[in-house]
Design a protein around this ligand. Sequence first.
Ligand SMILES: C[S@@+](CC[C@H](N)C(=O)[O-])C[C@H]1O[C@@H](n2cnc3c(N)ncnc32)[C@H](O)[C@@H]1O
Length: 253
Amino acid sequence: MPSKIAQIRLVSSHPQVYPPCDDSYALVDALLADRTKLLEHHPTICMEVGCGSGYVITSLALILGSESQNAYYFATDVNPDATKVTRETLEAHGVNAELLTTNIASGIEKRLSGMVDLMVINPPYVPTPEEEVGNSGISAAWAGGENGRSVIDKILPVADNLLSEKGWLYMLFLAENDPLQICLQMNKRGFGSKIVVQRSTEEETLHVIKFWRDPDIQIEENEGGSSGKTGPHRGWEFLMSQISRLSFRETRQ
Ligand SMILES: C[S@@+](CC[C@H](N)C(=O)[O-])C[C@H]1O[C@@H](n2cnc3c(N)ncnc32)[C@H](O)[C@@H]1O
């Protein structure tokens, strides 16, 4: 499989489109690391938000390959040049996908609500002044606002809405985005999480985290909520139980 990934040809590029970089490679490496699980998962609807050059969604389609003939691909980007480059990358590799130039998933969120089995996202995560967020050119590739979280915090509830009962989300974060806090936030929405890839370069530490709906987490939260404990003691217990889940819990996911 890695040989096929290495064969991804960047047939098209544009000065306003983010080319594949270390973060793109980390996300694809996470998908490759989970290839067997992904094939057993049999995702029908797969989606990338923020597709850029198309490297990640094309890699995903090649990873799933002919063993997932029923898979249907969607990709969005706020940058019209990115959807154009992604179209050319996908076509060069014989992959069909529905592409949309839109903000996150506007325009398809209603249609795909609760239907997406697999989402992959390398969002704009770099901490920047808030004014830099919200463009649709190349700066949209990195401008993440305060703590790099402005766009991320808008994407997460949309992902929750789109993901099916068996839906999995692979999303890339920078250490400065406070991934633990993001996991706790997703935890409250009923998602389990684990780090699939962690990588440090001279400039940054990247985490690819996988999220899935975990009914046990919801039960635990309800139990905690009905215990009547409030305030710092309850908060501390909750945080510690979640940290042990995130760091040490063996999961089948
Ligand atoms: C870090 S780049 C990743 C590109 C590509 N997925 C990759 O990994 O190489 C982030 C991408 O998200 C897009 N993006 C930023 N904000 C967005 C939004 N609100 N909705 C959709 N796409 C967005 C950017 O235009 C950019 O292409």
